[in-house]
Design a protein around this ligand. Structure first.
Ligand SMILES: Cc1ncc(COP(=O)(O)O)c(C=O)c1O
Length: 389
């Protein structure tokens, strides 16, 4: 969660440097005025290097990165794109934005895509599967990639929420054909708004770059004003200030994750002996980033009661349950009512398994800069709340 905790001198110096070198805020051109320094370009190179991929493309947000990724995978109206019931609404918005139909799987106790349900949801129209690595924890990628390979369907990893996480030693986002990241202000590293797309596939990268820049092919034989193009696009480019800040934040990523993991482990140790507490299942214990500590209570009523007492102590949760309406497809009537099969249906009953799991989940946000007294406060508060519900 805490890129914002580390916005400081390094980021400010990086921004000042852009101004000191002529104040070119645009990623292309003005070569002499900017002294041939290109921050978005530098950020992309550093990001690709850190994530062990050939290509990285800086974009204006995680949401636009999702759209650009779907475009680069040639998703068209009439295609189906599968994602999971527990995600931020942006994943589904991007699918709709490219004219495809969102098909939603249940989540299991990993709070990510249920691979069994994924298999049931595949049809001959399925073009892409989007597993989402929610709140620091990997989806079950081994099982998901096996289904994708069996049916010859592309995988786009929505890694907006688990930047820096790993699964079987591979960075999340680098396991599918394409992966995306968000650098909005709540993310583990932040540029205020911003996103990144990564891939090892040159053709996907080129399509993504062209689509996000009005179709520009960056043809080296022509100046930008006479650049060639073969398909239409849009404008989702990242700007230089985001590139400069992103470079500074990327240098802090490992440290942030280390601190989060430590703090999460301390809180977990302090509350684990409570009877009836059941922790979220983690498929990548070595590689999770410690973004939240999530546990399930016996039923929805107990979870509600817990939060009542918890908030009276001045403490908060992260998305579950406070912002569940933005993170559970079962509450998105405004989106699904356009499809005949969901019309007039109670959506919570459509994804019953997810509803049952999500409604008993409590997600405690973890900060990197928590000190011992803050950690003790949370541990003591959980230990006091649980016996009272
Ligand atoms: C899972 C997920 N996907 C996509 C996004 C969209 O990212 P952005 O806010 O950068 O548009 C978010 C942002 O919260 C997210 O959590």
């Amino acid at each position: 969660m805490p890129g914002f905790e580390f916005i400081g001198k390094e980021e400010q110096d990086a921004v000042n440097d852009v101004f000191d070198r002529g104040g070119v805020l645009y990623r292309y051109g003005w070569d002499d005025r900017r002294q041939h320094v290109y921050r978005v370009d530098d950020f992309e190179k550093a990001f690709a290097n850190k994530f062990g991929v050939k290509y990285a493309l800086g974009l204006s947000s995680g949401t636009t990165a999702l759209k650009v990724a779907l475009k680069s995978l040639d998703v068209k109206p009439g295609d189906e794109v599968i994602t999971q019931s527990h995600t931020f609404i942006a994943t589904v918005e991007a699918i709709i934005e490219v004219g495809a139909k969102p098909v939603i799987t249940e989540v299991n106790k990993t709070l990510n895509m249920d691979p069994k349900d994924l298999r049931d949801k595949i049809t001959e129209r399925t073009k892409v599967i989007i597993p989402v690595h929610m709140s620091g924890v990997a989806a079950q990628m081994k099982e998901i990639l096996a289904v994708a390979n069996e049916y010859n369907v592309s995988v786009l990893e929505d890694n907006a929420q688990s930047c820096g996480g790993e699964y079987t030693g591979i960075k999340l986002g680098a396991m599918g054909e394409v992966g995306i990241f968000s650098f909005d202000f709540g993310k583990v590293m932040t540029t205020g708004e911003g996103g990144m797309l990564i891939t090892n596939d040159e053709a996907i990268f080129k399509k993504a770059r062209e689509y996000s820049d009005h179709g520009h092919e960056l043809n080296p034989d022509f100046p930008r004003g006479e650049d060639t193009r073969s398909r239409s696009g849009f404008n989702y480019k990242m700007m230089e200030l985001q590139g400069a800040i992103g470079l500074a934040q990327l240098k802090k990523l490992d440290y942030i994750i280390e601190r989060q993991r430590e703090n999460k482990a301390k809180i977990e140790e302090g509350i684990k002996d409570n009877p009836g507490i059941e922790f979220r299942e983690i498929p990548n214990p070595e590689g999770e980033i410690g973004d939240t500590l999530t546990f399930f209570l016996e039923n929805r009523e107990k979870a509600k009661k817990f939060v009542e007492i918890w908030s009276k102590k001045g403490l908060g949760t992260k998305n579950l349950p406070d912002a569940i309406n933005w993170h559970f497809a079962g509450t998105w009537d405004h989106i699904f009512s356009q499809y005949d099969e969901y019309k007039d249906k109670d959506l919570t009953n459509v994804w019953q398994q997810s509803n049952a799991i999500l409604r008993r989940a409590i997600a405690i946000p973890i900060l990197a800069k928590m000190d011992e007294s803050q950690i003790d406060k949370i541990v003591n508060a959980v230990n006091e709340c649980l016996p009272r519900i």
